[in-house]
Design a protein around this ligand. Structure first.
Ligand code: MLC
Ligand code: AMP
Length: 498
């Protein structure tokens, strides 16, 4: 193979005249058309000076060209770096400069600010959106054949940024092998074939929507009903023509809130998969009662893609994330990395072809999270029962998951601490019926000016994406601390509600 990622995922579908994407306007993109489009975009990328190994940062709305750009990066050997469309210019500046991106591809509606971000970081800038834009326009006139650039399985294919407990985001480096191995394993395990039609309403800038949903459908050669975002009306309309869906728990709770969602609506479906955040056992049970389907829950993360899954054919146990994938080794370990006996709670550690290559330009951080024997320390707390089923019982890392998006309190606390009147701050996750949890900020009044919560909210709005912004604020005189002086977030959560 000259380029394992392209040759496994994309090349097999050249000339395949079956649907790949069903679009909201009723039109369809065939596999063959998608591959041709990727080749055109590969030429366009080269026109912008992109070469193998370059990072291509992409912040555009969900559209077929965004996916084709992923394929084009694979074909040119460039490293695909998708970014949440909710990120502010301030957040983007960090990602573009930290990654040393050669090109930033952005939404034309934000051209003014994004062009500035790109140029300040020494990157070129191009636009792309559903209606076209500079990169799409220059692709339109290109040939639909492109000489795939040779790459090796160990070459990097993608960077995904993940925030961290230190407040600084880290670029997780994923190799071709990381993506291929996991997609092949999942396709086989979940029995996806060309006959499948997957409801795809997830964003495509994260592991779930891109490296799980899309990669699996590419390997299988099936089709996706490609929806811009979660819309229960659209899901319910399309369900009778679909076979499967992947979503975060909010997808399932919102569907259950709709009385039209019932056995008849799901009669053609063979598989519902949930992940990215804990699915309540009660949701699993309610879903089965309503539809007769048992949701298949799996567990993964940006650095590892998927690690465990409930079985397709065997017992899907509510509240568990199932068994380690066939090619993934998993251990529940103590703080030193020694494996604990079954039934004891510890940190989940994993090893396998899915585990990433480290954090970009952060060798110390990589070393901190990786055991000498190759196990990656996930930071999740779990327990494995006698049958091997894993349950995630909590997080060793200080992290909030809101509607499937991770929020690291430290990033917000650093910003809040710098606000007028704030002596210090603590951000905690509080329960939220729709999103699972949302951030709440506790601010300590300092000696300076009186804290102005409205002004702080406005400052946070320009600093971080909306989903990260605290949903509520409390002003207090002091934070609860233990004898070591560490802020007791458990006490705060007890007081302000989880
Ligand atoms: C949107 N908003 C959120 C939010 N999403 N707030 C908190 N948490 C979220 N996740 C805010 C918007 O800014 C807006 O704020 C308001 O909610 C409505 O926006 P919306 O766009 O209409 O939201 P909605 O479509 O309802 O989106 C909710 C959602 C979406 C849960 C469907 O966030 C989503 O698709 N999440 C999936 C994330 C995902 O793919 N995670 C996988 C990561 S990979 P306002 O106040 O301005 O109205 C991973 C590894 C693994 O974790 O294992 O998979
Ligand atoms: P991310 O860094 O965005 O990829 O998020 C990964 C994190 O999401 C994991 O470390 C877990 O904490 C959490 N996660 C993913 N899937 C599940 C699941 N099925 N149950 C509980 N937590 C999950």
């Amino acid at each position: 193979m000259t380029n394992p990622l392209y040759d496994t995922m994309f090349a097999p579908h050249a000339g395949q005249e079956t649907p790949f994407l069903h679009l909201p306007d009723g039109s369809t993109v065939t596999h063959a058309a998608f591959i041709n489009r990727a080749a055109q975009l590969a030429h366009a990328l080269q026109g912008y000076g992109v070469r193998a190994g370059d990072r291509v940062a992409v912040q555009v709305g969900k559209c077929p060209d965004m996916l084709a750009l992923y394929a084009a990066c694979a074909q040119t050997g460039a490293i695909f770096l998708p970014l949440n469309t909710a990120y502010t210019a301030a957040e983007l500046s960090y990602f573009v400069s930290d990654s040393g991106a050669a090109l930033l591809v952005g939404d034309p509606a934000r051209r003014g600010e994004l062009e500035g971000v790109a140029h300040a970081a020494g990157a070129a800038f191009a636009t792309l959106d559903a209606q076209g834009g500079s990169l799409s326009d220059s692709a339109d006139t290109q040939a639909t054949q492109f000489d795939t650039v040779a790459r090796h399985r160990d070459d990097l294919a993608a960077f995904l940024y993940t925030s961290g407990t230190t407040g600084r985001s880290k670029g997780a480096m994923l190799s071709q092998q990381n993506l291929i191995s996991n997609a092949q394993t999942l396709t086989e395990l979940w029995q996806f074939t060309r006959d499948d039609v997957l409801l795809h309403a997830l964003p495509i800038f994260h592991t779930h929507g891109l490296f799980v949903a899309t990669n699996v459908m590419l390997i299988a050669g099936g089709a996706m009903v490609f929806m811009p975002k979660l819309d229960t009306d659209q899901l319910i309309d399309a369900m009778p023509r679909a076979t499967s869906m992947m979503g975060v728990p909010t997808f399932y709770t919102r569907l259950l809130d709709d009385p039209r969602f019932d056995r008849a609506c799901t009669a053609n479906m063979r598989l519902f998969i949930s992940g990215s955040a804990p699915l309540l056992a009660a949701t699993h049970v309610a879903f089965e009662e309503r539809t007769g389907h048992r949701i298949l829950e799996r567990y993964g993360m940006t650095e590892t893609n998927m690690n465990t899954s409930n079985p397709y054919a065997g017992e899907r146990r509510a509240g568990t994330v199932g068994l380690p994938l066939p090619d993934v080794e998993l251990r529940i370990a103590d703080a030193d990395g020694s494996e604990l006996p079954r039934g004891e709670t510890g940190v989940v550690e994993v090893r396998g072809p899915n585990v990433f290559q480290g954090y970009w330009n952060m060798p110390e951080k990589t070393e901190e999270d990786m055991r000498p024997d190759g196990f990656f320390i996930t930071g999740d707390l779990g327990v494995q029962d006698a049958d091997g089923y894993v349950t995630i019982v909590g997080r060793g890392k200080d992290m909030i998951i809101s509607g499937g998006y991770n929020i690291y309190p430290k990033e917000l606390e650093l910003l809040l601490d710098a606000q007028p009147g704030v002596l210090e701050s603590a951000v905690i996750g509080v329960a939220h019926a729709d999103m699972g949890e949302v951030p709440l900020a506790v601010l300590v009044q300092g000696d300076g000016p009186q804290i102005d919560v409205a002004a702080i909210e406005a400052a946070m709005a320009t600093a971080v994406a909306r989903f990260k912004q605290p949903r509520s604020y409390r002003v207090v005189d002091a934070l609860p601390r233990n004898t070591m002086g560490k802020v007791q977030k458990v006490a705060l959560r007890k007081e302000y509600g989880t």
